[in-house]
Design a binder for this molecule. Structure first.
Ligand code: 5GP
Length: 199
């Protein structure tokens, strides 16, 4: 059997736990690749260039846009974020699966080019819980948290455009759901060329 690589797109409001979920998924499914986005926002304490993000100046980022080096890019909370094209294309061409953790604007762009992608939207148990998680992260000001909560409301309206909704009330359960989605998508007939030895 040979199978094409899966492009798994994960979106969800800021603070919903996408980063933690992706880290847990990577641990459980080490064969998965994860795209590292480029951004013009400043690193948060502990974030490392080339691991969490590629941190660029606005002019560096704009030069990359001009050179058409992004698969998608978008303005999120006044900063630019984008998915470097080359790495994703290399991984997919090897028949491997890759995860993109991007916002809803980026997901829309990807859907146009890769309708066969798997689009997953992570939702919080409640607005209060999302507010708690953003506050606990301790990286954003009160105003920034309020702004992210308001944007979360708008983002949730896009959830119906996705293929799957995963509630993140319990991390372990949410990881299990993501794994189940991937396992099922890997078995999708349209993704597989059947070649059974002996037949
Ligand atoms: P944060 O600044 O909290 O790391 O991310 C802010 C938002 O930007 C999140 O919704 C995240 O999914 C989104 N984001 C991260 N990387 C990319 C990217 O490469 N492209 C797009 N369109 N959004 C991204």
């Amino acid at each position: 059997m040979t199978r094409e690589g899966i492009l798994l797109i994960i979106s969800g409001p800021s603070g919903v736990g996408k980063g933690t979920l992706c880290a847990a998924l990577q641990k459980d499914m080490p064969e998965l690749s994860f795209s590292i986005s480029a951004t013009t926002r400043s690193p948060r304490p502990g974030e490392v260039h080339g691991k969490n993000y590629f941190f660029y100046s606005r002019s560096e980022f704009e030069a990359m846009i001009k050179r058409d080096e992004f698969l998608e890019w978008a303005v999120v909370y006044d900063n630019l974020y984008g998915t470097p094209r080359q790495y994703v294309m290399d991984v997919l061409s090897q028949g491997k699966d890759i995860v993109l953790e991007i916002d809803t604007q980026g997901a829309r762009q990807i859907k146009k080019r890769f309708p066969q992608g798997v689009f997953v939207f992570i939702v919080p148990p409640s607005r209060d819980e999302l507010a708690n998680r953003l506050a606990q992260r301790g990286t954003d000001s009160k105003e920034e948290i309020e702004r992210r909560l308001n944007l979360a409301g708008q983002e949730l309206e896009n959830a119906a455009d996705y293929d799957y909704i995963v509630p993140n009330a319990d991390l372990e359960e949410a990881v299990q759901m993501l794994k189940a989605i991937l396992v099922a998508e890997r078995c999708r007939a349209a993704r597989n060329r059947v070649a059974i030895p002996g037949f």
